[in-house]
Design a protein around this ligand. Sequence first.
Ligand code: ADP
Ligand code: MG
Length: 262
Amino acid sequence: MAEPLSIAVEIRRLSLTYGRQGSQVHALSDVDLTIPTGGFVSLIGPSGCGKSTLLRILGDLLDPGAGEVRINGKSPKAERLDRRIGFVFQEAALLDWRTIIENVALPLELHGSPRAKREARAQELLDLVGLKGFERARPRQLSGGMRQRAAIARALSTKPDLLLLDEPFGALDQITRDRLNMELAHIHEVTGVTVVLVTHSIREAVLLSDRIVVMTPRPGRIESIIENDLPRPRSLETRALPLFEDLVRQGNLELEKGYSHV
Ligand code: ADP
Ligand code: MG
């Protein structure tokens, strides 16, 4: 008999309003979402629909206004303090005065891990993300794609259970983006980390995730959830399957519905 799926993320009736009375922005309204352990969920929707807000709440960068958020049964704060959550933004935000390996090892350094141990872990991650040979380079010597690889390695350094990515590949050219998509699929496969990816690209969402959450703006709500049963492991060839184009079409239709509310 199959093991029951354990739950990584549980969101119940989450709402969030920015600002004070008179100048309020109702960013999220009644969001319910459950993500199984090891799942890969993409959030997609028009600008301003609350995708980053939702991710910031999961990462404990923002307090939920109303409702409940559990990560592995605990609060986002407990999980963040325990370093169970990795965060990657559109801009890699690496420290320019540190080498790449020192950047990747930084969360472990802050955690008090000894140099040999943290550098061994950072090396393992640089190999995983395809940056072997760039350990001693400075961030500005790397291309945008390579900096994002380093940012992903840094986010994985503490072996998080949950990886949050906010439009991480939005600034990259298509070929680099394709490559990094496949790196992310590989990382998800080998580490078993639960992933929540915010993207503007429905094709990226279909290529990578098990479930695509389409949001609508003002206030941000979940318009629909598309289950994606494309076979794994995924590869760029996955895009040639008829089901891939069906899912892209379905995603675009749901997205258009969202825009009709604007
Ligand atoms: P998305 O990532 O989907 O583009 P955001 O979560 O960044 O959307 O923003 C959702 C809404 O909340 C937008 O209308 C945005 O202008 C507003 N917003 C975001 N951050 C703040 C803030 N710190 N103060 C006030 N309003 C904000
Ligand atoms: Mg955003």
